[in-house]
Design a protein. Structure first.
Length: 616
């Protein structure tokens, strides 16, 4: 949450900062602001509540003659509402320094009391301004930005990425990281800082992931990284695997539309290079050794939101193929329940961003207990994969829309790969089942492409249903978490009450919700593959139809059994049962997008949300 960018160099500072913020806006869009050193050598700030476009308007109306030092911020409000005054940057040292922050300073009340006692007046309600003011006092005392910065960060509790610049230190930005993301971009005669590489990938693809409790200092020629005591830390650079084109909207109406369309490729790229001689081989897991995989007697998948539904689907696959009991826990519940873990437990985290605070803390907790940790992640060199014993990357490319789509299908794909790899290593998978699953996996991109092509009929449906106030989703087996995901998408971007249920649960309560005209999406399992489940779901359809539901059935092509009872039928390609979520979720994603559009909402930036939840 909150996007952060810093720049030193000869470029157009305001342009570098605003273009970085544009790419980071998905991290928060309550307000935005920049601070630059102007041609008089003073710190000049422009900031505004609302989306970045409002800041850009302000910068056009009131341009700032910037030299080559600046910081920029796009905010997801925590302390203090989304007002102009609370927007970052905040000032200290009588306006000589500017500071931006991502995270929460938990001891801010105590620090604020100290400032009150010292007679320092603050303008905003934010925890950030407290840090800016403290830093101001320290700079005045120490006479040196770096010394002052080190002493202030050591006093903070909570989570933070902080960037600061001072009038007396032109061409320098200092940054600190504690449990919030920070990356450096290495340029030629210029350097960058960002909450993620999107901040600077338009300028350089050479990046350095700053480690926990480190400070980065950038000047146009030099990047220095130290710990909080100032001891130098060695660092390695890596090349960002994608370019700006991948993170641009192209001709699409929204990032979400683009990303739904990219799913066949996301699935194919995640599988690519991981099938060798008829087996799934995941080179990234080789460091764990086959003995570790053979020895595992229980897997706990930890994740939040959409990623947790991917985890639930993965759990079916891993149990089916590797015969290891798998449970899925929400990351924020996991570490507070005193989980039973042993040296034979494996914790698999699933996270698109690799920075979700709840998941990161759960991974740290598992590491501290000596459990083997594997990360399924979409973001190269993010904190969670770096903190884990092994990382299996999904290759979905950058996901910008707040509502996750292609990352979800890529996460499920990665979990299928893990299930098949573990099944092969443990000898629990028959040669026949393995060959069939691998063929199915290889055919998935084409099947997903067919599901993507349901767009027009779904758009029509959403158009008719624009006034709908509540939608239910029913599924069984892997269709159950898919139903949960369909409901989450609708809540998130169309602000409609939606719930997903296990179809078998219907008569245990939820059927009371069915009233005349209640729309219900039903995910119908394949009659070829799962005849028993299929007939039970068809019975559920009859039960809800008899009570007035409007049934929208998602069926595999050729399944005519629901035609007499369904109001709408969406036909999907034939895939193996375990792979059904990858085709069934796509029309549900389209439905949420189209309903959001029909209601005139911002599909990519839904209210109150941010893409990367980096605070607990
Ligand atoms: C929903 C959505 C969220 C994320 C969740 C975890 O569309 O995107 O529910 O799935 O916040 O995020 P990551 O995967 O980055 O850990």
């Amino acid at each position: 949450m909150c996007g952060i960018v810093g720049y030193v160099g000869p470029g157009d500072t305001v342009e570098v900062l605003t273009s970085g913020l544009k790419r980071l806006e998905y991290r928060g869009y309550d307000s935005a602001g920049v601070a630059v050193l102007d041609t008089n050598g003073e710190v000049a700030v422009r900031k505004r509540s609302g989306k970045l476009a409002r800041l850009v308007e302000l910068l056009e109306a009131s341009p700032v003659p910037a030299t080559g030092t600046g910081i920029g911020h796009t905010r997801w409000a925590t302390h203090g509402g989304p007002t102009d005054v609370n927007a970052h940057p905040h000032l200290g040292d009588a306006g000589k320094l500017a500071l931006i922050h991502n995270g929460i300073v938990e001891n801010f009340a105590e620090l604020r009391a100290e400032l009150d006692a010292a007679g320092v007046e603050l303008q905003s309600e934010t925890d950030t301004e407290v840090v800016a003011a403290l830093l101001g006092l320290e700079v005045a005392k120490a006479g040196d930005l770096e010394v002052a910065f080190r002493s202030v960060v050591k006093r903070l509790h909570g989570t933070f990425t902080l960037l600061a610049m001072h009038r007396d230190n032109s061409n320098k930005v200092v940054a600190a990281r504690h449990s919030s993301p920070l990356v450096v971009g290495l340029g030629e005669g210029e350097n960058f800082l960002g909450s993620d590489v999107a901040a600077f990938v338009g300028y350089t693809r050479r990046a350095v992931a700053v480690e926990e409790d480190n400070i980065a200092i950038i000047t146009p020629e030099l990047v220095t990284i130290t710990d909080f005591d100032g001891n130098p830390v060695e660092f390695e650079e890596y090349e960002v695997a994608w370019d700006t084109e991948a993170a641009d909207k192209g001709g699409w109406s929204s990032f979400m539309a683009k990303e739904i369309n990219e799913q066949p490729e996301a699935v194919a790229n995640t599988v690519r290079g991981r099938i060798t001689d008829g087996h799934v081989v995941i080179p990234e897991l080789s460091a764990l050794g086959d003995e570790t995989i053979k020895n595992v007697d229980r897997i706990v998948i930890i994740a939040c939101g959409t990623a947790s539904y991917a985890g639930q689907i993965g759990a079916y696959a891993i149990e089916q193929w590797a015969r290891i009991p798998v449970e899925v826990q929400l990351s924020h519940e996991f570490r507070y329940r005193d989980p039973v873990l042993s040296e034979r437990t494996m914790v698999i985290s699933v996270s698109q961003s690799g920075e979700t605070m709840d998941t990161m803390m759960a991974v740290k907790y598992a590491n501290e207990r000596g459990v083997t940790t594997v990360s399924v992640c979409n973001t190269q060199s993010a904190t969670i994969p770096r903190e884990s014993d092994a990382a299996v990357y999904t290759h979905a490319g950058p996901e910008v829309a707040v509502a996750s789509t292609k990352a979800f299908t890529a996460q499920i794909t990665a979990l299928y790969l893990i299930g098949l790899h573990f099944g092969h290593v443990r000898g629990t998978l028959s040669a026949e089942a393995e060959a069939a699953a691998i063929t199915g996996l290889e055919e998935l991109p084409a099947a997903v492409a067919e599901a993507v092509a349901t767009h027009d009929e779904i758009a029509q449906l959403a158009h008719w249903m624009a006034d709908t106030r509540s939608v239910l989703f029913l599924g069984r087996h892997v269709g159950f978490p898919t139903a949960l995901e369909g409901a989450l998408k609708l809540k998130e971007i169309a602000y409609i009450h939606a719930e997903g249920f296990a179809a078998g649960e219907l008569k245990h309560g939820p059927i009371a919700l069915i009233d005349h005209g209640q729309p219900v999406f039903v995910l119908v399992p394949s009659p070829r593959q799962s005849p028993v489940m299929h007939s039970k779901v068809v019975s559920n359809i009859q039960e809800i139809r008899a009570r007035g539901a409007r049934v929208i059935a998602l069926v595999e092509k050729g399944d005519t059994s629901v035609l007499p009872y369904a109001d709408d039928v969406i036909r999907l390609p034939l895939v193996d049962s375990i792979f059904e979520p990858l085709v069934q979720v796509v029309p549900l994603q389209w439905f949420a997008l189209e309903l959001s559009t029909a209601k005139g909402l911002d599909v990519d930036q839904p209210r109150n949300l941010a893409k990367s939840v980096t605070v607990e």
